[in-house]
Design a binder for this molecule. Structure first.
Ligand SMILES: Cc1cc2nc3c(=O)[nH]c(=O)nc-3n(C[C@H](O)[C@H](O)[C@H](O)COP(=O)(O)OP(=O)(O)OC[C@H]3O[C@@H](n4cnc5c(N)ncnc54)[C@H](O)[C@@H]3O)c2cc1C
Length: 444
């Protein structure tokens, strides 16, 4: 059975997933690879009978952009052409900082470009149209109030109330399966840093930290009362210890039946696999369900720069291949433990997405299994999102919302991550170009 042709056929049927397997070849013993291969033979034989796979086809631009007008596509094309250039992004970022400092009227320009593409609206109500449009393609939405880097108690309280409103909104909207928030929207960064480092707190700090705990507790409690799972985003590694502690405490309280409280693990961290294992063990010992989202991680440059400046070993993987390897390894782990873990794979990476899709099928799980989600950011990777949804998998877009000024850090991160040479933007451009060509052929 295991002849060379069959093996090659396997790699041809699963070209992106094969990259993960080839990495395994270098790292793991051949026996394990062989076992993995055997696990897939069930799917393989089906494909061989039908002559094609039943997995999503990420090259299908027609499905990907079905609900975008020609005008939308053209706008997106120009936007990604601009953010594709590192120099232009750098220049734009500097000009924006200056313009905001000088109170120049740049909001209108941002609103019609980056904001329009990557943000759902200013308020929850504003996002309703976006949510309906996504739902038309069987895509769900996760409202993400995109406020970061504030430092007043009033703003923290207001953000907490806003996150609770997203939970209440989700509880009566079947197209919104989760809520999400960032701890830095609820707490001073330096306070989180101090608590994480175990530094002594002043009386004022201790009182402020009690309020942070109350806010986090209030959010998860509301999620529990209304049966809406709530994801907490991961940010810089040096504030993660306090976050893990708060989240695990809430998980023990609220994740008895279902994973209402969900943490995030950045696989560009060298220690993330070990942390997932450890937290899973704690969940099993404590009799609660682990809930989590995995991402690769969005703060790589900042992490490396701080480690170099402060003279400690970088917590980040040595290269992209190591991040990819851990990301795919944890997908396998999560699939093997899907009975005790609810999880979301949040990525724009085709190989990892296809790996999860094929493992769900190989395990014989329903594609809309309640505990397994794919997710992409609004305005990015529609070719993954819509093709997954088309094939019946659970997929949700993270839809950030907020006023122009408050979403600026988020927008700048998106612009930067799209400007790397082999980055996201080339992939977006390739798909948009393909769809524009396809539509013009259909018209002629
Ligand atoms: C729905 C959703 C939610 C998200 N939530 C969070 C969150 O809570 N916290 C967060 O930090 N990020 C979050 N992100 C962003 C995410 O971490 C990534 O920055 C982004 O998705 C790009 O990674 P990728 O897997 O999509 O694709 P890819 O393009 O395959 O990977 C790019 C990523 O690989 C890693 N990488 C690149 N070069 C190297 C290198 N030389 N060495 C090591 N690693 C490298 C970096 O993490 C980089 O972002 C989220 C993304 C999505 C889609």
């Amino acid at each position: 059975m295991l002849d060379e042709t069959l093996f090659l056929r396997y790699f041809m049927d699963f070209p992106p997933a094969s990259s993960g397997l080839l990495v395994l070849f270098g790292k793991t013993d051949p026996g394990f690879v062989f076992l993995l291969f055997l696990r897939h033979i069930g799917i393989l034989s089906t494909h061989m009978q039908s002559g094609k796979t039943n997995l999503p086809d990420f090259e299908n631009s027609e499905v990907a952009f079905r609900n975008q007008s020609n005008g939308d596509l053209r706008r997106a094309y120009h936007l990604f052409r601009v953010v594709n250039s590192k120099e232009l992004v750098w220049l734009g970022k500097s000009l924006l900082h200056i313009s905001f400092a000088l109170h120049l009227p740049v909001k209108g320009f941002i609103r019609n470009t980056l904001y329009r593409h990557f943000v759902g609206g200013e308020s929850i109500d504003d996002c309703s149209k976006t949510i309906c449009r996504l739902a038309g393609g069987n895509v769900q939405s996760i409202l993400d109030y995109a406020l970061e880097g504030e430092d007043s108690e009033e703003v923290f309280d207001a953000t907490c109330e806003e996150v609770i409103r997203t939970i209440e909104f989700a509880s009566h909207n079947r197209n919104v399966p989760f809520s999400a928030f960032k701890i830095t929207g609820l707490a001073r960064f330096d306070l989180l840093e101090k608590v994480s480092a175990g530094d002594p707190l002043t009386v004022g700090d201790t009182a402020a930290f009690s309020r942070v705990k109350e806010r986090v507790e209030a959010i998860f409690r509301r999620g529990y009362e209304l049966d809406v799972p709530v994801l907490i985003d991961a940010e810089e590694t040096w504030i993660q210890p306090v976050l893990d502690e708060l989240v695990l405490r809430c998980m023990a309280k609220y994740n008895r039946q279902r994973a209402i409280v969900q943490n995030t693990y950045q696989m560009y961290r060298r220690d993330s696999i070990a942390r997932v294992w450890q937290h899973h063990r704690l969940a099993q010992e404590g009799g609660f369900r682990l809930g989590l989202k995995i991402v690769r991680g969005a703060y790589m440059e900042k992490e490396r720069a701080r480690a170099a400046e402060w003279g400690y070993p970088s917590p980040i993987q040595p290269d992209k291949a190591a991040t990819d390897r851990d990301f795919d390894e944890i997908i396998r782990y999560l699939m093997e433990h899907s009975e005790t873990i609810d999880f979301m794979v949040a990525t724009h990476n085709e190989a990892s997405t296809l790996l999860l899709a094929s493992l769900i099928d190989a395990a014989g799980l329903a594609r809309n299994h309640r505990g397994i989600f794919f997710s992409q950011l609004y305005g990015m990777s529609d070719h993954l999102t819509y093709n997954l949804a088309e094939m019946g998998y659970n997929v949700a877009k993270y839809v950030p919302y907020g006023e122009v000024r408050t979403v600026m850090p988020y927008l700048l991160r998106r612009a930067e991550e799209n400007s790397s040479v082999k980055g996201q933007s080339s992939r977006e451009l390739k798909m948009i170009r393909k769809e524009i060509r396809r539509r013009s052929k259909v018209m002629h």
